[in-house]
Design a protein around this ligand. Structure first.
Ligand code: ZN
Length: 256
């Protein structure tokens, strides 16, 4: 069984809460597949990257890429956070070995990985780090499958796990977006059919539920897990860092 997580966004309290729940399922950090965005937004980038070095698989998200390269196409709020994270993470010649190892790890993250019949990406199989598959992309006035969804489904064989939108759910080839609530928290894979599974976000959920979100997958059933943690303490840390916009902390309270 795997625990598939995404979009930690330097939120240590949420990550620790998720890992505690993962361990309670009898799994370890070596069973974790992480779909990227370790950093961006939150107050603890270094700590989250260090924890992620232990995972089975860890991919690169757009915020990870922005920290090691350049923040292209980011809004000012996200860009300020990326710049602060870079200043925290980027080593200089006098920096400790640990800091250099952490930076090298972040720089070397792969964009995609396929294991058995599962493709893993941060955003979409067409554009692994950048493209969003939004629930509105699934809608069509005439009830047809939108071209974007058709094309994305043609890019993988069976299952594709994504993050990036912070909006968990399952999309079938009929382009229906099913939320964890629609599914009662569980979805059984239909052999021979393709599905996109959005695992949601650990560190900054945006579906109106402020609990950390991730999924468990045993090859047959996707289980959405929601984990309560204290977003107020993460928010307090954010408020104490002048380079981070207070709104980044506020949104954690509401899951928006
Ligand atoms: Zn993200």
């Amino acid at each position: 069984m795997w625990a598939i997580i995404s979009d930690l966004h330097a939120n240590l309290e949420a990550l620790e809460g998720a890992i505690k729940d993962i361990k309670a399922q009898g799994l370890s950090t070596k069973d974790i597949v992480c779909l990227g965005d370790l950093v961006g937004y939150g107050p603890n980038p270094a700590e989250c990257v260090d924890i992620a070095r232990d995972f089975f698989i860890c991919l690169k998200g757009n915020h990870d890429e922005a920290v090691v390269n350049e923040a292209l196409g980011f809004n000012p709020l996200a860009r300020e956070a990326v710049d602060w994270h870079r200043s925290q993470l980027k080593p200089y010649w006098l920096s400790s070995k640990g800091k250099k190892i952490r930076w090298d790890f972040l720089k070397s993250l792969p964009a995609t990985r396929t294991e058995q019949n599962c493709m893993f990406v941060h955003g979409s199989p067409r554009d692994p780090t950048m493209e969003y598959i939004l629930r509105t992309d699934c809608e069509d006035l005439l009830g047809e499958v939108p071209v974007k969804i058709k094309e994305i489904f043609s890019k993988f064989d069976a299952l594709c796990f994504v993050g990036h939108t912070h909006d968990p759910g399952v999309i079938g080839e009929n382009s229906r977006f099913m939320t964890p609530r629609d599914l009662n928290g569980e979805f059984e894979i239909v052999p021979g059919k393709k599905f996109i599974i959005n695992v949601g976000s650990v560190g900054q959920p945006r579906d109106g539920d402020n609990r950390a979100c991730y999924v468990l997958f045993d090859g047959k059933t996707v289980k959405f897990r929601r984990i309560e943690y204290d977003p107020g303490s993460t928010r307090q840390k954010i408020l104490g860092i002048p380079e981070l916009d207070p709104r980044i902390g506020d949104r954690l309270l509401y899951g928006r």
